[in-house]
Ligand binder design. Structure first.
Ligand SMILES: [Zn+2]
Length: 195
């Protein structure tokens, strides 16, 4: 961020009075611009013992498989954003239950929070949207485990199939730490159903 969104004068990075972090501050009109984490919302669209995945037609991770997910828009709820992304990327209509929240991932290194909701397919009329090359239903055995685009997706899918076997779907929260060597560590922080 280089220029003020209000008056187009240059911004400087300084700690405003009463704050403890440097912020982008306008030298002319005193506006302060805060950078905060973005929310990425998506679904685990399921039908019987299968999950619907999208093959990415866009970067990053083009050609890899993912769950439908994307950035929340202003003015929408997390759940409605997830339903919208499912419609846009997989052309899929879903049925939501009131215990649909499933996984939450904090990714402080890249300033993102991911949320996935369980969503049953309303029908099998799904189709690849603009950001997908292909969409398909997979059983646990059929999932291309080596070709999953993001660790948060892989982790959500692993838990989903494990939970499917006992038909219990606790809400789980994770922290994802990015290592210097591009490695990831995913730690479970809380779950609504410890055993
Ligand atoms: Zn300004």
């Amino acid at each position: 961020m280089k220029y003020c969104h209000q008056c187009a004068e240059p911004l400087i990075l300084r700690v405003p009075e009463g704050d403890d972090k440097p912020r982008h501050c306008c030298t002319a009109c005193d506006s302060i611009f805060y950078l905060n984490p973005k929310n990425v919302v998506g679904t685990v669209p399921f039908f019987e013992d299968k999950v619907l995945l999208c093959k990415r037609a866009i970067q990053p991770r083009i050609g890899k498989w993912t769950l439908p997910a994307g950035f929340m828009e202003n003015g929408e709820s997390s759940l409605h954003g997830a339903i919208r992304e499912t419609q846009e990327e997989a052309g899929a209509s879903v049925i939501i239950q009131n215990d649909s929240l499933y996984t939450l991932f904090n990714l402080p290194k890249i300033n993102q929070v991911y949320m996935f909701f369980r969503a049953e397919l309303a029908n099998l009329d799904y189709a690849a949207g603009l950001e997908s090359e292909e969409v398909a239903l997979f059983t646990e055995q059929e999932i291309p485990w080596q070709e999953i685009a993001f660790p948060v997706v892989k982790s959500t899918l692993e838990h989903y199939f494990e939970d499917l076997r006992r038909n219990r779907f606790p809400v789980r929260m994770f922290d994802v730490h990015h290592g210097e060597d591009r490695s990831f560590t995913t730690s479970l922080i809380s779950a609504s159903d410890f055993e």
